[in-house]
Design a protein around this ligand. Sequence first.
Ligand code: SAM
Length: 384
Amino acid sequence: MLAKTLAGLEEILMEELQQIGATNIVQAKRAVAFDGDLEILYKSNYLCRTALRVLIPIKTVRVRDQAELYNQISKIDWSEYMQATDTLAIDSVANASAFSNSMFVSMKVKDAIVDQFRNKGGVRPSVDIENPSLRVNIHIFRDECTISLDSSGSSLHKRGYRLESNKAPLNEVLAAGLILLSGWDKKSNFVDPMCGSGTLLAEACMYAKNIPPAFFRREFSFYHWQGQYAFDRDLWDKIVTEAENNIIPLEAVIVGSDNAKSSVFITKDNLKSAGIREEVVVKTCAFQDSEAPEGKGVVIMNPPYGERMDKDNVVELYKSIGDTLKTKYQGYDAWIISSNREAVGSVGLKASKRLVIFNGPLECRYLKYEMYSGSKRVRPEVEE
Ligand SMILES: C[S@@+](CC[C@H](N)C(=O)[O-])C[C@H]1O[C@@H](n2cnc3c(N)ncnc32)[C@H](O)[C@@H]1O
């Protein structure tokens, strides 16, 4: 199988897959390959916080043009995976000069599958982009084409609890990845002082309580599967029940704040929708005026990157973040994610870890600052 993820989260996903019992785990580009049975497939969809979707590759073939693509798809016996009365959707990514338009690729693949059924018995599957019985994934790189079954359907970052978002919400998979990368122990304090729509807070709370990331999802592609990988309802129910029994009360103090009232409202609504509103303290407050919860813990913040701000104001904001961390957050590990390297330099603290993570198309730095009493300020510098 192949679990897709975001650039920079591959190693975390490998650990998650190991925890659910996957074997032969191999890192790939924005993905992790692994072995497992149906139980591992269901668990990877339900329990892995950093997986975007899980594919089952069924064949890799050489294709140099559309005709070869059609022929190769026709050679697969599609009745192993679906019936003529089922519906179908094709997602394609093509990185080859002969296949510059991925929509044409999808159409060609659809034609080959549909024609196979029609030639056999007259009835042909129809296309349903939104909610098909079988979602096929096509990946073409140069002349190598991998044909996979998509077990997830819509991307797994769509957890099902988010009602609203502010202007720049983090993808839920990215938020979960940032939390796992921070090494937070689920017991010490967790603070997001620029919480926006509350993604980090919701993901942190769900993680600490062992609430499965897909707890609120109503739909997976594998629900509709027939044939070789037909949906095993009993196995699925067993996995869901086991995971539910594993949910524990929250031990940590989780605090979120934002200086925009509108963000605080949205955060509260989203937490309510996830059933964890009572477990997270949420306040309207500028970070500079905030007080750290007593004790130790982790701060993760996703400040504005400054696209819509005056340059001096951005530098000033990041400088004040550094000042506030230094004076008020001693004993904490603070993590900042930002695509604005110049602004991050003006935090003026020495990072003990620097990771590169992509937030959508934006290349970001994810930096760790260990705030012990006597943390040194360093001269503002542009981050490498
Ligand atoms: C990029 S958004 C955070 C998005 C959030 N991680 C999410 O997933 O929705 C940045 C947030 O920082 C808040 N903010 C900006 N300056 C602030 C300050 N000085 N104190 C507190 N919040 C601030 C903004 O109101 C905005 O909601």
